[in-house]
Design a protein around this ligand. Structure first.
Ligand code: ZN
Ligand code: ZN
Length: 307
């Protein structure tokens, strides 16, 4: 057993898995720490595509941290972490989300408002003169592509583009745009997923003015084919709301080719949601033109409206 486990959030995405692997490598080589990358869930199809492409093994899946000291990447909120977070010591955090973390001991935090943790890590490697192995560079490039939807999401910054171009070179990706489209499309194979899998695949729970709001998101190249399952999705949303005590459920369906979304809403706070996006829902469907980022374009207007 290593001394530290390094992991990202539950419902892991490509940034969470790639950043855990890259951070573990960096800490082991730079500070001679004894760390192991693990995951709080099985990698999704997009991440699996990247792992296979660069021939990297998927990290072991854990629910509870098995080491006394841990490193968090791509999250800092207890609700998105291991179930026993309060029993272990967080030695450091690498993240690009807003902070909702309280600590009693000093710790090492690297946080930047950039498009992905992989971008932050690219500069950590570079500034510390640690060479990035090509397969890890490939995973980090995949993470940037995934979190920024190939540099098209409004979360994208200039440094993400620089990091992606450099990492693509190290990884031997001649055409990262072509690879990126293949990677994103690998995550849009939705036909053989159940409604529950669609809703939970990339879902996070938020508390806004005392209301509990579940926000899920899927990427697709065909919004209408997901919307054709609306009735079943609504039934599955109802079930989850009752079981978990969510007041509202917003399920965002994002067209990665055209950078648009439509959402299905269920819950009591429709008026606040309509106000947040300045649009009336049409039979549970909310049109979200130009919206691709939950973090930048969905959560902030909702928080504002729920105030
Ligand atoms: Zn993430
Ligand atoms: Zn991320």
């Amino acid at each position: 057993m290593s001394e530290y486990q390094v992991f990202g959030h539950t419902n892991p995405d490509t940034d969470t898995i790639a950043s855990a692997i890259a951070t573990s490598y960096l800490l082991n080589n730079l500070y001679k720490w004894d760390t192991q990358a693990v995951a709080l869930g099985t990698p999704n199809e997009e991440t699996t595509f990247a792992l296979n492409y660069f021939k990297v093994q998927a990290p072991n899946v854990i629910k509870e941290a098995e080491t006394e000291k841990v490193v968090l990447v791509d999250h800092n909120e207890a609700a998105q972490s291991v179930t026993n977070l309060s029993d272990v010591t967080v030695a450091s955090i690498y993240d690009h989300h807003k902070f909702n973390f309280s600590n009693s001991d000093p710790l090492y935090i690297v946080a930047k408002p950039w498009g992905s943790v992989a971008t932050i890590l690219y500069f950590e490697f570079k500034n510390n003169n640690v060479e990035i192995p090509s397969e890890i560079a490939g995973l980090m490039a995949s993470a940037i592509i995934s979190d920024t939807l190939l540099l098209k999401s409004p979360t994208t910054t200039d440094v993400d583009k620089i990091a992606l171009e450099e990492l693509a070179k190290v990884a031997g990706l001649e055409n990262y745009k072509e690879y990126g489209l293949e990677l994103l499309k690998a995550g849009t194979n939705l036909e053989n997923k159940t409604e529950e899998e669609l809703l939970n695949g990339d879902a996070k729970t938020f508390t806004m003015s005392g209301r509990t709001i579940r926000i899920g998101q899927v990427n697709t190249v065909d919004i209408d084919s997901v919307l054709s399952r609306k009735d079943k999705l609504l039934a599955a949303m109802d079930k989850q709301m009752q079981k978990n005590g969510f007041d509202d459920f917003l399920f965002v369906i994002t067209d990665i080719l055209n950078s648009n979304s439509k959402a299905i809403f269920q819950g009591e706070d429709l008026a606040f949601v309509e106000e947040a996006f300045s649009i009336k829902a049409d039979n549970h469907i909310i049109d979200l033109p130009g919206v691709v980022s939950r973090k930048k374009q969905v959560v902030p207007p909702l928080e504002e409206s729920f105030k």
